[in-house]
Design a binder for this molecule. Structure first.
Ligand code: NAP
Length: 247
């Protein structure tokens, strides 16, 4: 039996873990940071919570006789990606990374690019009045000083974080979101700008098409750099790479 540690927290990680768990000679341990209250889980061993940095992850790899790590975390989970790279280097086991493709910028409606949530806050500060903040609860603090802006915030779980914004409405909803619903949301709340991370993927991409159709400005937080290594952007090739390693 070969044991694969799947670093999860995305729909693709879930799909990859489910596929690998079907293999008779593979044991899968699916790992979550523990940010979501009711995460979707594969039918395999699951562990939750940080490992305790590179040291902790390297120790986990050794103690659990991990044969390979598949990092399928979110494109903005840069710290976990760096820790996976460093821990696999230290323990001399293979690392495969799945990274979903970025969303493409429409040629006829260029985005305003930001390198960070703080940079996005600077961009919107004097330009917009009613902003759909879809970049995630973890980054809300960067927007809290903008008391003159009204924010629409959406999250999977209830949270106190939006309350740090002077003017806001908080919607609790879980994707996937379709174009009709996203268009209605932006129109009904009279939104004039959308702030998003370039997460990629189908589940939350409709907001961009809706913004385009309504002529709403998009402020896009660009992805952090990716550590070097085996990198794939489709599920079949990723599975093939992991299977090759375990063969
Ligand atoms: P991060 O900044 O890269 O990670 C921070 C710390 O959280 C890591 O150093 C690690 O703690 C722990 N961690 C992260 N992912 C983990 C995993 N899969 N299993 C065990 N521990 C994990 O990542 P993040 O932005 O906090 O994201 C956390 C999780 O949420 C990721 O799994 C990611 O796929 C998911 N997610 C993130 C976003 C986003 O926008 N960032 C969006 C959707 C989903 P230790 O150092 O103690 O090991």
């Amino acid at each position: 039996m070969n044991t694969v540690l799947v670093l999860g927290g995305t729909s693709e990680a879930l799909a990859l873990a489910k596929e690998l768990a079907h293999e008779p000679t593979t044991k899968v341990i699916y790992s979550l940071a523990g940010r979501t209250r009711r995460p979707s889980l594969p039918d395999c061993a699951v562990r939750t919570g940080g490992f305790g940095g590179v040291e902790g992850l390297a120790a986990f790899v050794t103690e659990n006789n991990i044969a390979a790590i598949l990092d399928a975390t979110h494109p903005f989970a840069a710290q976990m990606a760096a820790h996976a790279r460093d821990a696999t280097a230290r323990t001399a086991i293979p690392l495969v990374k799945f990274l979903r493709p970025e969303w493409n910028e429409p040629a006829d409606a260029p985005w305003l690019h930001a390198a960070s949530p703080a940079a996005a806050a600077t961009i919107i500060r004097d330009r917009f009045g009613r902003v759909f903040l879809s970049s995630g609860l973890a980054d809300i603090a960067a927007f809290a000083p903008l008391s003159q802006i009204w924010f629409l915030v959406r999250s999977v779980d209830p949270s106190e974080a939006p309350a740090t914004l002077a003017q806001h409405h908080h919607v609790i909803d879980r994707g996937p979101f379709d174009l009709a619903a996203e268009t209605a949301l932006l129109r009904d709340w009279n939104i004039d700008a959308l702030v998003s991370k370039n997460s990629g993927g189908d589940a939350t991409g409709a907001k961009l098409a809706a913004a385009g159709a309504l002529g709403i400005s998009v402020v896009m937080i660009d992805r952090p750099p990716v550590p070097p290594g085996l990198l794939y952007d489709d599920l079949a090739t990723t599975l093939g790479a992991v299977r090759d390693i375990l063969r």
